[in-house]
Design a protein around this ligand. Structure first.
Ligand code: XIL
Length: 352
């Protein structure tokens, strides 16, 4: 009798195991193939060679698959602290590694980033800048990095995160010394260094209708009226499961109406852990919503996830208690989020 009960329990165990989360079911072409078939330039990913990612053969095997990824963004390698660690002294070793990889596999390269308040070398953060000195440093920095990769980069995030969430300018060291003119200086320097590269401003919480998006549109109009070169806007898109904004398409159309292209540049959709089947299903819907919004507006050139596997996502380290934000889990299994992306690129509607 007892052994019959044990047998019964063993038989039921797989059904009741709470760790069995759903996985992707689509056996379709890769996500980049689908994006391109849909008329987009790419589906791509951030990747980070300042971490052990690049020594992980399983990671590299999937990263190098053009069917999945037609575009790369260095998550850190081209940031100021890595690429100009001393004044006027550039170190392109890490940046070149990503640029070479993109070239080897025929992938579009996004340069990231020119001027940002984070990941600055100490010589920048510890100097008490006057306007002339910092204008020179910004100009030299942006010319140096954009010039190095001229002809090889599709688009540069020349200016990164210039706004506060309430729509005012972020009072970082650039703004404090130069007011908004650092934005003009950076964009002009980038254009002078590469006549053809797309010049972007990249920002978060501008993906939806609201104060910050209005402020970004006002900044764009001001730059346009001044004749400052600007090609596009990066919509970072770091979202939370169940909280994806409902005004993406309406907001994207406002940017397109300004004559700019745009891209989803840093997509991830995090959930409060532990993951459940319900959260995974909602996340599939949410990924669909974002990619479908890009599909609805032709000025949206492509979608980049901010790394593709939970194994190396920045999310758990930055948002404690949150994770499982990527379309591949930490064991490299595709999750339902993958299906959400695929269904959107295929132009299908999603069933709940
Ligand atoms: C993040 C990287 O992923 C992390 O590895 C790093 O420690 C901090 O920066 N907005 C951006 C990106 O524009 O550059 C940031 O990347 C994520 C938020």
């Amino acid at each position: 009798m007892q052994s019959a009960l044990v047998l019964l329990a063993l038989l039921l165990l797989p059904l009741s195991a709470s760790s069995a989360l759903p996985t992707a079911t689509s056996v379709v072409a890769g996500l980049n193939e689908l994006a391109r078939a849909a008329g987009k330039l790419y589906f791509g990913t951030a990747t980070d060679n300042t971490t052990p990612e690049f020594t992980d053969p399983t990671y590299m095997g999937i990263l190098e698959n053009y069917n999945q990824f037609g575009q790369l963004t260095p998550a850190n390698a081209m940031k100021w602290m890595y690429i100009e660690p001393e004044p006027g002294v550039f170190n392109f070793t890490l940046g070149n590694q990503i640029a070479d990889l993109a070239e080897e596999y025929g992938m579009v390269l996004r340069g990231h980033n020119g001027v940002w308040y984070e990941e600055l070398p100490s010589w920048v953060t510890s100097t008490d800048w006057n306007a002339t000195g910092l204008a020179y440093a910004v100009q030299r920095h942006v010319s140096g990095i954009v010039g190095q990769y001229a002809g090889r980069v599709y688009a540069w995030d020349v200016v990164n995160e210039p706004l506060n969430d309430n729509g005012t300018y972020r009072e970082d060291l650039f703004y404090n010394a130069l007011n908004t003119t650092y934005i003009n200086i950076a964009l002009e320097a980038a254009r002078a260094a590469d006549p053809n590269v797309k010049l972007y401003i990249n920002e978060y919480n501008i993906e939806y209708v609201g104060t910050k998006s209005t402020a970004m549109q006002n900044l764009i109009k001001q730059l346009q009226s001044e004749g400052v070169p600007l090609s596009g806007v990066g919509m970072e898109s770091h979202f939370i499961v169940g909280e994806v904004p409902t005004t993406l398409v309406e907001n994207f159309e406002a940017y397109a109406a300004l004559g700019l292209e745009f891209a989803i540049t840093e997509l991830d959709i995090r959930m409060e852990l532990p993951a459940t089947e319900e959260l995974y299903e909602q996340q599939k819907q949410d990924y669909y919503t974002v990619v479908n919004a890009c599909m609805q507006v032709s000025a949206c050139v492509g979608v980049t996830v901010w790394d593709w596997t939970d194994k190396y996502s920045w999310v758990p380290g930055t948002f404690p208690g949150y994770g499982d934000a990527c379309p591949w889990d930490a064991n490299y299994t595709r999750t339902p989020a993958y299906d959400g992306i695929a269904i959107a690129f295929e132009g299908q509607s999603i069933s709940a």
